[in-house]
Design a protein around this ligand. Structure first.
Ligand code: ZN
Length: 708
C-alpha cells in the first residue's frame, strides 16, 4: 500500500510539452467512429502512406505517421503524474507524441491512428489531441470510414467483461537481484485481493485470473529505467521459461523499487490488448495494483473540481487525483469502488445486463440503490448538467449512495487518518462526467467549506438541497440509509437566492461640523436568479455609539436583477471630535438573512475654520487676455473638495461679472475671466461669492488685478 501524503497527489498536472508556435495539428482516428470530434479537426486529407516520413527529424518538417497509439500513465509516489503518448510503428519503434494543447482523451492504447505534426528531437509535436482546430495552411478535415475495431469513445471500452487473463511477471535487475516479496504474496494480492476488488466493482461481471511467474533476473541495470526495455526483457524471460504469453490479455511487470524511474510507483497503459502495467514497489500493494489495472482497463484518473466555497462553477480547478473515494483518485489507504462515471465507461453500470444508471428527465422522487450492491438498482442516477453549445457534447451529474460495504467498508471504520466524516454514507455523492472524454470525471464537494485536498465530507446530506440554476435542477436527498437514498429532484427553472449587492453614496461626506445631518444614499441590487419571486431586503445601519441614523424606508422590495435605493440621514452628536467616522449599511433578504450585502461610507467632522484665498495668475493684463483666477478652500490644512464656488469680478467702470466652478480634490477651483479687446484700464476687484457649505469666509477672500 502506498503511503501518499494527501496534499501532494492532488497537485499533479498533465505533463505535456507546450509547443505554442505550432500552427497546425492533428490527430484523428482511422477507426471511424470517433466522428464526434472530427468536425473541428484540421488535417490534410491525404491517404498517402506515412512511411516515407519516418526518417524526417528536422524541426519544422511536417510529417504524417501511422501506427498504434500508446497512452501510458505514470503515478509518482510524491503525488504528481505524467501522461505519455507515443506512436508504435509497424517496425516496433516508438515516436513520442507531444501535444501543445489538450492530448486526446477519446482514444485508448492500441487504437490505430494517423498523426500529423512536426518532428523535433525525435518527438512528434502536435497542436492538439482532440477538438482544437489548427489555423495554419495545412487545414482540412477528414475521418476515415475504415471502421475496424472499436475506439475509446465507444461505451463501454473494450475488454472489460469476463475473466481477465493476466500474467504477472516478477523481474529484478542484473545488479539488484533481490526478491522483496514472494511469488505467493503476489499470487494472493493479484488473484485474491485484486480479483475480489474487480469482482465486486463489476458486480461479478469481471474477474482477474492468471498466473504470477518469476522472479527472473533481466539483463537490465537498476541504474536505468526504460519501461519498454523492462517489458521486453520480462516477456523474453517468461517465454524462455516456457510461459505462453499469447494466453494472456494483460501483462503486469513487477520489480523491486527502481529509484532510476524518478519516483513513479506504478505505470500503465490506458487500455490496450494486451494492456501493460508496471509496478515499481517493494510490496505488491493492493491499491497500487487496483489503480494501475484501472488504467489498464481504460480509465483515466478520477478528479475533483475545486470551486472554493461552491460545489460547481465555470472556472474551477481540476485536482488530478482529487477523488478521494475512488481508487482512480487518491483515497486514504483502501481501494474504494470506481465512481459511476468510470463504471459506465467500463460497462459495469448501465450496459447490457449490468445494474442500471437511471437518467432523470422529469421532476420526481427517485431512489438510488446502495452503490456497492448489484441490484435491483438503479445504482446511480444521472442528470444533464450542460451541453456544449458548439459540439452538443453532454456533461452529466452522477449521483451515488455509497455505503460501508465490501471494499467501501472503510468509509465508517474510522481507521484512516485524516479520516472520512462518514457523511459519504449519510448523504448522496455527486460527480460530473462528460460524454466522450474519459479524463473528465470529477468529484464535487457538496459541503464545500473544506476545499480540496482534504475533502472528507463530500456528500450532500439528507435534508439539504443543492440547486444548479444554470442547469435548471435541484436535488434534495430526503432519506439516506443502509437501504440507499431517496432523492427529490426538480427540473425546470430554479430559484437560487443570492446575496444582494450594495453600494452607498457619497463614499465620504463633505467636511461638516459636528451635529450636521448628512444624507447617504444606499443602493441594493437583487442578485437572485430570474425565476425567484421579488424579495424584500431589510435595511440596517451601524453607526458610532450615540449617533442617529434615520432611513426613509425600512426595506426595499426588488425583483431579481433590479436595484433600488433608500436614504439614510446620519447625524453626529454635537461636540463630536474632529475625525473620520464609519457609516455602515446593510441589506438582508427578509426570508433568509444569510443572503445579505453591505457597504461602508465615511462621515467627516472638521471644526477647523474654512480659509479661502483668491489668486490671479498675473498682476497685470492687456485687453483681450484671459485672467486665470484660483480659488482655494481649506479647512485648516485639509482641502475642501467638491465645493461649489462663485467669484465676482468688478471692472473699474463698475460692471460686475460672476464666475462659478467647483473645487477639485486639492480644494482648488480654477476659473477664467476673458478681458474684451476694449476692456477699460484700471484696477479690477475679485471677490469670493458663496460656498454651498455656508461657512463664513475668514481670510483672503478678495484680490485684484490691473489692466493697462
Ligand atoms: Zn494513475
Amino acid at each position: 500500500m502506498l503511503n501518499r501524503p494527501i496534499n501532494s497527489w492532488g497537485a499533479g498536472q498533465t505533463q505535456v510539452v507546450a509547443v505554442a508556435a505550432l500552427a497546425f495539428l492533428s490527430f484523428f482516428s482511422l477507426s471511424g467512429t470517433a466522428s464526434g470530434q472530427s468536425g473541428n479537426n484540421s488535417v490534410n486529407a491525404t491517404d498517402s502512406p506515412a512511411a516515407g516520413a519516418q526518417s524526417q527529424t528536422s524541426v519544422g518538417q511536417q510529417v504524417q505517421l501511422e501506427g498504434q497509439l500508446e497512452v501510458i500513465y505514470q503515478d509518482f509516489k510524491d503525488g504528481h503524474h505524467r501522461l505519455l503518448y507515443s506512436l508504435k510503428k509497424s517496425d516496433g519503434t516508438r515516436v513520442p507524441l507531444k501535444f501543445a494543447d489538450q492530448p486526446p482523451t477519446n482514444h485508448l492504447s492500441g487504437d490505430h491512428v494517423r498523426v500529423s505534426g512536426q518532428m523535433s528531437g525525435g518527438s512528434l509535436l502536435l497542436y492538439s489531441g482532440s477538438t482544437k482546430s489548427g489555423s495554419g495552411s495545412s487545414g482540412g478535415t477528414t475521418t476515415s470510414g475504415d471502421a475496424s475495431g472499436s475506439t475509446a469513445s465507444s461505451i463501454p471500452v473494450p475488454n472489460t467483461f469476463g475473466a481477465q487473463s493476466t500474467l504477472v511477471i516478477l523481474v529484478n535487475f542484473q545488479d539488484d537481484a533481490i526478491q522483496p516479496y514472494t511469488l505467493a504474496d503476489a499470487q494472493n494480492m493479484y488473484f485474491g485481493t485484486g480479483n475480489g476488488f474487480f469482482q465486486e466493482n463489476s458486480y461479478n461481471q469481471t474477474s482477474l485470473t492468471g498466473n504470477v511467474v518469476g522472479w527472473y533476473t533481466i539483463p537490465v541495470s537498476v541504474a536505468t529505467c526504460d519501461t519498454s526495455q523492462i517489458a521486453m526483457d520480462a516477456q523474453n524471460a517468461a517465454a524462455a521459461a516456457g510461459v505462453n504469453l499469447s494466453a494472456y490479455t494483460r501483462y503486469v511487470y513487477a520489480f523491486p523499487y527502481d529509484a532510476a524511474c524518478g519516483g513513479f510507483a506504478g505505470a500503465s497503459t490506458v487500455g490496450g490488448n494486451p494492456s501493460e502495467s508496471w509496478i515499481n514497489w517493494n510490496s505488491p500493494g493492493s491499491q497500487l495494483i487496483d489503480h494501475e489495472l484501472g488504467h489498464a482497463f481504460g480509465l483515466w484518473h478520477s478528479h475533483s473540481l475545486n470551486c472554493g466555497s461552491t460545489a460547481t462553477c465555470s472556472n474551477g480547478t481540476m485536482v488530478e487525483y482529487g477523488d478521494n473515494i475512488d481508487t482512480m483518485g487518491y483515497p486514504q489507504g483502501p481501494s474504494p469502488h470506481y465512481n459511476a462515471y468510470q463504471k459506465e465507461r467500463l460497462g459495469w453500470l448501465n450496459y447490457g445486463s449490468s445494474p442500471k444508471i437511471q437518467t432523470v428527465t422529469s421532476s420526481g422522487t427517485y431512489t438510488i440503490y446502495p452503490y456497492e450492491l448489484g441490484g435491483p438498482g438503479p445504482n446511480a442516477l444521472k442528470v444533464l448538467q450542460s451541453s456544449d453549445p458548439t459540439t452538443g457534447t453532454k456533461t452529466w451529474y452522477y449521483l451515488e449512495a455509497r455505503q460501508a460495504i465490501g471494499f467501501d467498508a472503510f468509509l465508517t471504520d474510522g481507521t484512516c487518518e485524516p479520516c472520512y466524516t462518514q457523511n459519504e454514507t449519510t448523504g448522496v455523492l455527486f460527480h460530473l462526467g462528460t460524454d466522450g472524454n474519459g479524463n473528465s470525471g470529477e468529484l464535487l464537494a457538496m459541503t464545500p467549506s473544506n476545499p480540496p485536498p482534504g475533502w472528507f465530507d463530500d456528500s450532500l446530506p439528507a435534508g439539504q438541497t443543492f440547486a444548479d440554476a444554470t442547469a435548471g435542477v435541484s436535488f434534495t436527498p430526503t432519506v439516506v440509509s443502509g437501504a440507499g437514498a431517496t432523492m427529490q429532484i426538480t427540473l425546470g427553472p430554479i430559484c437560487a437566492p443570492a446575496a444582494p449587492s450594495m453600494s452607498v453614496s457619497p463614499s465620504q461626506s463633505q467636511y461638516v461640523a459636528s451635529g450636521t445631518a448628512v444624507n447617504f444614499t444606499a443602493t441594493v441590487t437583487d442578485n437572485d436568479t430570474s425565476s425567484c419571486a421579488p424579495a424584500t431586503f431589510n435595511l440596517a445601519d451601524a453607526l458610532p455609539s450615540g449617533w442617529s441614523g434615520a432611513w426613509n424606508a425600512a426595506s426595499l422590495s426588488l425583483s431579481p436583477g433590479k436595484s433600488g435605493s433608500a436614504t439614510l440621514t446620519v447625524t453626529s452628536p454635537a461636540g463630536t471630535a474632529d475625525g473620520s467616522y464609519g457609516v455602515n449599511v446593510s441589506a438582508a433578504n427578509a426570508s433568509s438573512s444569510s443572503y445579505s450585502g453591505s457597504a461602508a461610507a465615511t462621515y467627516v467632522i472638521n471644526s477647523a475654520p474654512l480659509s479661502i484665498s483668491l489668486t490671479t495668475n498675473q498682476s497685470a493684463y492687456m485687453p483681450g487676455q484671459t485672467v486665470g483666477i484660483g480659488v482655494s478652500l481649506l479647512f485648516g490644512t485639509l482641502p475642501d473638495a467638491g465645493a461649489s464656488v462663485t467669484v465676482t469680478v468688478t471692472s473699474p467702470s463698475g460692471r460686475a461679472a460672476t464666475l462659478s466652478g467647483a473645487t477639485g480634490s486639492n480644494g482648488v477651483a480654477s476659473l477664467n475671466y476673458k478681458l474684451s479687446n476694449h476692456a477699460p484700464a484700471g484696477t479690477y476687484e475679485v471677490k469670493f461669492g458663496t460656498t454651498v457649505k455656508g461657512a463664513s469666509p475668514t481670510v483672503g477672500a478678495s484680490t485684484s488685478f490691473t489692466v493697462q
